[in-house]
Design a protein around this ligand. Structure first.
Ligand SMILES: [Fe+2]
Ligand SMILES: [Fe+2]
Length: 353
């Protein structure tokens, strides 16, 4: 089993048998608990050993496994301290908004099942038997999509964040404009032109999407720590244990996402790609280029985007406080300070070093 590198789609999608299902705020969620009460992520019975085997193979070949430096993660806005300050003053709307945005973005993860996979045997010079790459369309994308947005009668991360929010903040009113504002801002963001037209549109789109999702998944780690900090604080959370543990469960489920994505991208980076005009390009050039681009964008835009999402309605939300002006001052004094790192670690060779 340890060195088994080829799996069926059914295997990749199968879960262990749970002793008890995960239910939160009356929502049946994916995953469950073993006989010792330890949470087991869904669809990991074969997926976890498979990813380990593919990573072992990379190591045996002497190929590097992509690492994204933790200092590239911008802080969550509002910070945990700011969020708690608002809640202590009875102001819930901004946090409800933040948590709702997080749940919506989790649900967007389901888009990965719609990514068109080009003919990888045609694209990649070396064989891809028994790799994560070979299994993208055989369960890996589908498992990821189900984890994020739920499947059939089981909630996924979208529903799990909603349950955590509703348990901690006692079924708050959800502002009606969250999705619209989010889409408005995203829709106006410029889509970059192709960085590697020579590998063809479908290949760049898939590898670009995977790079983007990998970066989002790594950055999300900070959001989980923030969520656990805020929602498990008994001073402001009505369900510190339920809500905090829910975020911990989601956090555990993300591990296979980060791991399969960085494995598959590392497999491409260790290989050679055929170009549409009959030449070749090192996979590493393409993967480093795509990761550098997406990391640079994220570092540049994400802190401001999150701030804009919240600051827009903040003043109005604070009017419900006893002393709005003093609260605003206290809130601003807690503004997170973050200096973007100078390098992503994936700079093109000519510019980097
Ligand atoms: Fe997720
Ligand atoms: Fe994820």
């Amino acid at each position: 089993m340890e060195n088994k590198r080829t799996y069926t789609t059914e295997e990749i999608l199968s879960s262990q048998v749970y002793d008890e299902p995960l239910i939160a705020n009356d929502v049946r969620c994916h995953g469950g608990f073993d006989s010792e009460g330890i949470y087991q992520s869904p669809r990991t019975l074969f997926r976890t050993p498979a990813i380990q085997a593919w990573q072992n193979q990379l190591a045996e070949e002497g190929a590097a496994l992509i690492e994204i430096a933790p200092n590239l993660m911008p802080p969550q806005y509002p910070s945990a301290e700011q969020a708690k300050l608002l809640l202590r003053n009875g102001i819930r709307e901004p946090l409800v908004r933040t948590l709702t945005i997080i749940s919506i973005v989790e649900g967007f993860g389901a888009m990965i099942r719609d990514v068109k996979i080009p003919d990888l045997d045609e694209l990649i010079v070396e064989p891809i038997e028994g790799t994560a790459l070979h299994h993208l369309g055989q369960g890996l994308f589908e498992a990821h999509a189900r984890d994020e947005s739920g499947y059939r009668d089981e909630g996924g991360h979208k529903q799990m964040w909603e349950a955590a929010r509703d348990a901690a903040l006692e079924n708050p009113n959800i502002p009606g404009d969250v999705l619209m504002r989010l889409m408005g801002r995203r829709g106006s963001a410029q889509r970059p032109g192709p960085a590697f037209p020579e590998i063809g549109e479908a290949a760049e789109r898939m590898l670009g999407f995977m790079s983007n999702v990998l970066v989002v998944e790594v950055i999300a780690e900070r959001t989980f720590r923030w969520g656990i900090d805020v929602l498990s604080d008994p001073e402001i959370s009505a369900a510190p244990e339920v809500a905090g543990n829910m975020v911990r469960n989601i956090q555990a489920d993300e591990k296979p996402h980060v791991e399969y994505l960085r494995t598959a991208l590392s497999e491409v980076a260790a290989r050679t790609l055929n170009t549409v005009d009959g030449k070749t390009i090192p996979g590493k050039t393409v993967i480093d280029g795509l990761l550098h681009r997406t990391l640079s964008q994220m570092i540049r835009n994400r802190p401001g985007d999150q701030r804009d999402d919240i600051r827009e309605g903040l003043k109005q939300a604070m009017q419900a406080a006893q002393n709005p002006a003093a609260l605003q001052d206290d809130f601003d004094a807690l503004e997170p300070v973050w200096t973007a790192p100078a390098k992503t670690g994936f700079e093109p060779a000519a510019l980097g070093a």
